[in-house]
Structure formats: structure tokens, C-alpha cells
Design a protein around this ligand. Structure first.
Ligand SMILES: [Zn+2]
Length: 393
């Protein structure tokens, strides 16, 4: 794609990420905090281009090329609640990229000319936002090649109340038969083209769009009507968003990109009110876990990158911790490499509470812990620490 970006900046951001590996997401801010990137560790990237409320007077309202300036209300809050739900479920965060500027000032789901209308500050926010997505894709692809899912999160105010999943295909395409959807030309135009070739569920393109284990079907089964899905295999003649600039540039529609992705347009019933968002966010985390499991044979609960402990003291001297067996039932064995002196071991649950603590022990009786996900943390005499994920059965 052609846009103003600096590959040097991306590599700087990746370097920063490598220095920042921790259970907690690191947040990197763009120019004037107009954009932010919560660095994640899951093979899931969520971007939110239209939820921002910041409207500096120094940036004129966009007027070029008849711009759309509608706010996608509460989509930032929704994305953050999905982040929280995924962390509670898996112990890891998704990558999250947010534009805090109001859409009257910049549109990060358009090309830079239409999105920033030539204003230098708006261009800088636009560039930061897209550099962050590039960075997240490089990091996630490096960790989970070919398994990454990108979601561009939006809100729509139309009827009927339903999620609109945009895979790049026009609304009219869903009036086709399944065999027509499975033609090479329709697959080539699809934002999940890569998944058509790599899925382990044996699904065709049409099945991935509206079969029994399509994303839309999983949402509809959970009580969130969605199009396309098994329940709504076509748009029903209603207006429908098929995906915008980000969907076309950051998924496998784009030449050479193997990231699967889509635009999710959320109706107001899942965006307004904390409890409604939480219900949808919690369901989304479970649905994504199921989706990765079915189509990628990838377990988000046990597979988000931590198999051995990571040295957190940033000297990168080759020190690490390891645990076994993992998953564990009763006795956990701990081994350390290049870590000397006294140390404390903590076991921390996904709420961040220390549920077990001991000194200088390599064999830990964890039989009394309830089953679930934990972090084992070793802290040495210099207060340096190493963390490793543990699944208790
Ligand atoms: Zn939008």
C-alpha cells in the first residue's frame, strides 16, 4: 500500500515492544496522544478508527471530498471491554489501536488524502494510527504466522439491529449460491482468503462466511444477530457495510498479506450501556476462542506466547525460568537458568491477585488451587522478575 510511513519507526516500535514484554499491555502514544497502541500478545489485532471525541480547534473540520463525519459512539469503550474480556479468558491482551481524534478532524478508515484533508497534524495522527497497525501486524505475524486475525471495529445506527461483518465482498455477492462464493474470483476478493487456504476445519469460503461455524453464525448463536451468517445468509435487501480502507489494506485482500480479517459494524444494542457492552465483549472473547480452535486448531487459552519465562530486567543475559508439567495437577517443578541468590515465587491469578507465595522452592504443591490460568512469577534479590504462564487442571 502507498502511504506516509517510516519503516524505521516501525522497527523502533518493535524494539520497544521487545523491551516491554510483560503480562500487562504496554501503551504507546502517537503524536499529542491523538492515537494509542496497546501492545498485545494474542494473534488478534483490533483497531478503532471512528470512536474518538478529541476535537482540537487547531485542526479544521474536514470538508474535502464530501466527508462522512459520523461518530461511531462507544466503540473505544467497547474495544477496551473486549480487550479486558480476552485478557480474563486467556491471560493475554489483543493488540489494540485507537484513534482518539474525532472523525470531523481525521478519518483513519480512508486514504490519507481524504482522511486528513491536507492538515499536517491530522496527517500525523493518521500516519501514527497506520504505523501502529503495521507494527502490530509485524509483531503478531512473527509470533503466529498465518494465524493472525485483524478486526476493524465500527458502529452503525441502521436497522435492523445486527452486526454487519464486512469481508470486502459486496452485499450483492451474498445473493450468490455457495458454489459461486467459492469461485476463485470471490475468494481473491475476500478478507479471509488466507483462512480459506489454511483452515483445518475443512471449510470452504462460503462456509467460513455463512456456514455453521462462520463468525457471524457463532455471534448469532450467542444472541447477537449478524450478517452474513447461517441465520442471515444475505443482507435481506438492507443497506450493509462491506468493509473500508482498513479492511482492504490490512487483510489478505491486500497482495502478499496473510492476515485474515474483517470489519465488524456493531449496532447500538451492543455499544450503549456498560452492561450491554460487557455482555457482548464477554461473548466475543468466547466466540474468538472457539473460532481459533475450530478453524486454526489454535488454543487461545494456552497458546499466547509464553512457554518459558521471560527475563524482565532488560539486560537480556539469557536468564529464564521454566515450569513443568504444564498443565499441572498437583506438583509443579520450577527450573531457573542464570538466576542466582535468594528468590521469591508468587502464583498470580488472572485478576492479578497473589494466591500463593514461597521462598527458594523449586517444587510447589499447587493441588489446592482451583483450575484455571495463572502466572508463576520469580522475583530475585534485585527485584528483577520473570513470569511464566501456568494452567492448573
Ligand atoms: Zn465507522
Amino acid at each position: 500500500m502507498t502511504k506516509n510511513k517510516s519503516s524505521k519507526k516501525i522497527y523502533f516500535l518493535i524494539g520497544l515492544f521487545l523491551l516491554c514484554l510483560e503480562g500487562k499491555a504496554q501503551v504507546i502514544y502517537g503524536t499529542k496522544n491523538y492515537t494509542e497502541y496497546h501492545v498485545g500478545r494474542l494473534p488478534i489485532i483490533i483497531s478503532v478508527p471512528h470512536g474518538g471525541l478529541v476535537a482540537p480547534v487547531g485542526i479544521p473540520d474536514r470538508t474535502c471530498n464530501s466527508p462522512t463525519i459520523d461518530l461511531d459512539s462507544r466503540t473505544i469503550e467497547l474495544a477496551k471491554q473486549i480487550d479486558t474480556a480476552l485478557f480474563k479468558l486467556t491471560g493475554c491482551h489483543p493488540h489494540l489501536i485507537i484513534c482518539n481524534l474525532r472523525r470531523t478532524k481525521v478519518d483513519c478508515n480512508r486514504n490519507i488524502a481524504d482522511g486528513a484533508c491536507g492538515n499536517i497534524e491530522a496527517e500525523s495522527a493518521w500516519t501514527d494510527f497506520h504505523d501502529f497497525i503495521d507494527t502490530a501486524q509485524v509483531i503478531a505475524q512473527k509470533q503466529y504466522t498465518g494465524k493472525v486475525l485483524y478486526i476493524d471495529l465500527h458502529g452503525h445506527g441502521k436497522r435492523p439491529y445486527r452486526l454487519e461483518l464486512g469481508y470486502g465482498l459486496s452485499g450483492a455477492a451474498y445473493n450468490s449460491t455457495d458454489s459461486e462464493l467459492n469461485t476463485a474470483s470471490n475468494i481473491a476478493a475476500s478478507s479471509i482468503k488466507s483462512l480459506v487456504n489454511t483452515n483445518v476445519s475443512g471449510s470452504t469460503h462460503a462456509q467460513l462466511l455463512r456456514g455453521p461455524n462462520a463468525l457471524g453464525t457463532l455471534f448469532a448463536n450467542a444472541g447477537f444477530p449478524a450478517v452474513p451468517s447461517q441465520q442471515s445468509p444475505n443482507t435481506g435487501g438492507f443497506p450493509y457495510f462491506n468493509g473500508g480502507y482498513n479492511t482492504f489494506n490490512y487483510t489478505s485482500i491486500a497482495a502478499g498479506n496473510t492476515v485474515n480479517g474483517l470489519q465488524i459494524e456493531c449496532d447500538s444494542t451492543v455499544r450503549f450501556g456498560y452492561a450491554n457492552r460487557k455482555k457482548f465483549a464477554d461473548a466475543t472473547a468466547l466466540i474468538l476462542e472457539k473460532y481459533f480452535s475450530i478453524h486454526q486448531n489454535f488454543n487461545l487459552l494456552t497458546n499466547c506466547g509464553l512457554t518459558t519465562g521471560i527475563n524482565e530486567d532488560f539486560t537480556l543475559n539469557g536468564s529464564s525460568i521454566n515450569i513443568f508439567p504444564n498443565p499441572v495437577t498437583d506438583l509443579l517443578q520450577l527450573s531457573e537458568k542464570n538466576i542466582n541468590g535468594n528468590f521469591e515465587i508468587q502464583i498470580i491469578n488472572v485478576l492479578g491477585e497473589v494466591v500463593f507465595k514461597t521462598l527458594n522452592q523449586n517444587k510447589l504443591d499447587v493441588s489446592r488451587l482451583s483450575s484455571g490460568l495463572y502466572f508463576v512469577k520469580l522475583i530475585d534479590e534485585k527485584q528483577r522478575f520473570w513470569t511464566v504462564k501456568m494452567l492448573k487442571q
